[in-house]
Design a protein around this ligand. Structure first.
Ligand SMILES: Nc1ncnc2c1ncn2[C@@H]1O[C@H](COP(=O)(O)OP(=O)(O)OP(=O)(O)O)[C@@H](O)[C@H]1O
Ligand SMILES: [Mg+2]
Length: 239
């Protein structure tokens, strides 16, 4: 569904991503894992069309143009950005309406919004409340719901667990699995490697702008070197 070839991104003198390859097949949950500054967000933003880059990104066999976010969204690539990108001074409902922005079928969009509110009862309950008053977990739900309203085929989630309590992280990850069951394809960007590998099919591990290892999630968990470097040693419990 998505192929990334020799992707490089620089911010002035800083080369944030150094020639990475990545593939996502229809229906997969693919994880992109790495420490602070590894380049994960940069990759997600390049795929969303929010950055200039070198290399090639193709979606459903069509080469995407860099810096072309609105077009990419219309094609079906939606990004839930790191930090969620919620507009705090707007109501929950107004934030959701932003999800319909690129859609031409506004009437159907309003129906989808109503359905979304039944899917996320907490958002329905608080639809007229300022988004800034929601908890971190609720804001993450709102950000995901807003992205879903653009009817994406590929959902890019940039550190959805950031700042969330473990229980809320588990809820969000469960939601990701449900979305995949419904046919959505997901790129899950995370630092929480161990938990992420539990729900991902495959993963790419990044370090300073490069992919250092990739493969089926279970194979990575079982690899002692990966376990040592990315998972903080051999642990058998959850985390
Ligand atoms: N707008 C920017 N201008 C200059 N440098 C940037 C910019 N955004 C990111 N960088 C640099 O690019 C590198 C990769 O950053 P990026 O945000 O992609 O990493 P990340 O893996 O998402 O990290 P984190 O886990 O902290 O979110 C880092 O060295 C970062 O300092
Ligand atoms: Mg990031």
């Amino acid at each position: 569904m998505l192929t990334v070839r020799n992707l490089s991104v620089r911010y002035g003198a800083i080369q944030a991503v150094r020639g990475i390859d990545l593939d996502i097949a229809q229906g997969e949950i693919v994880a992109l894992i790495g420490a602070n500054g590894a380049g994960k967000t940069t990759v997600a933003r390049a795929i969303a069309g929010l950055l200039p880059y070198r290399g090639e990104i193709a979606f459903q066999n069509e080469t995407l143009r860099p810096n072309n976010a609105e077009r990419n969204l219309k094609r079906g690539i939606a990004l839930v950005p790191e930090g969620r990108g919620i507009l705090g001074s707007m109501s929950v409902e107004e934030n959701l309406l932003m999800g319909l922005y690129t859609r031409s079928d506004k009437a159907q969009g309003m129906t989808d919004l109503a359905v979304m509110l039944t899917r996320f009862p907490i958002l329905a309950e608080r639809r007229h409340v300022l988004a800034s008053l929601l908890s971190g977990g609720e804001q993450q739900m709102l950000a995901i719901a807003r992205a879903l309203l653009s009817k994406p085929r590929l959902l890019l989630l940039d550190e959805p667990s950031l700042g969330l309590a473990p229980k809320m992280t588990a809820t969000v990850f469960e939601m990701v699995q449900n979305l995949r069951r419904e046919g959505l394809t997901v790129l899950l960007v995370e630092q929480k490697a161990r938990q992420t590998l539990k729900i991902a099919d495959r993963a790419y591990l990044m370090e300073t702008g490069r992919v250092v290892t990739s493969g089926p999630a279970q194979a990575l968990v079982d690899d002692p070197v990966v376990s040592e470097t990315f998972l903080g040693g051999r642990v058998t419990n959850t985390g």
